[in-house]
Design a binder for this molecule. Structure first.
Ligand SMILES: [Zn+2]
Ligand SMILES: [Zn+2]
Length: 106
């Protein structure tokens, strides 16, 4: 049975097969975070696609698109990354700023 992932930032939505760190259909893979995983329809040997995760601060579902989230030891939505900019290393701060030049930062 397929469940539905909806990104809390963009309109991206997709079916997913598993949420967690160890997809049962992928052999001995341990992910760094709980992810929304979909089986790779083109793979015959346990391939999968990570489509999103939870922001570790606001717990929103966010997709892995560069416009929605980033991964730095944990996943952060870009809004939380922006609000906590000082917690990130300098190079990443620039990256976050370049990704977050929206008019509305709400
Ligand atoms: Zn998104
Ligand atoms: Zn967040």
């Amino acid at each position: 049975m397929e469940k539905r992932f909806i990104c809390g930032r963009c309109d991206f939505t997709a079916g997913y097969h598993y949420k967690g760190r160890q997809p049962p259909f992928a052999n001995s893979i341990m992910l760094l975070e709980d992810c929304y995983i979909m089986k790779d329809p083109f793979s015959t040997f346990g391939g999968f696609i990570t489509i999103g995760g939870n922001c570790s601060l606001c717990f929103k579902d966010v997709c892995v698109s560069a416009d929605c989230s980033l991964f730095y030891t944990q996943r952060f939505c870009l809004k939380c990354a922006y609000l906590n900019l000082k917690e990130f290393p300098k190079t990443l701060q620039q990256e976050i700023l370049s990704r977050t030049n929206w008019d509305d930062k709400s």
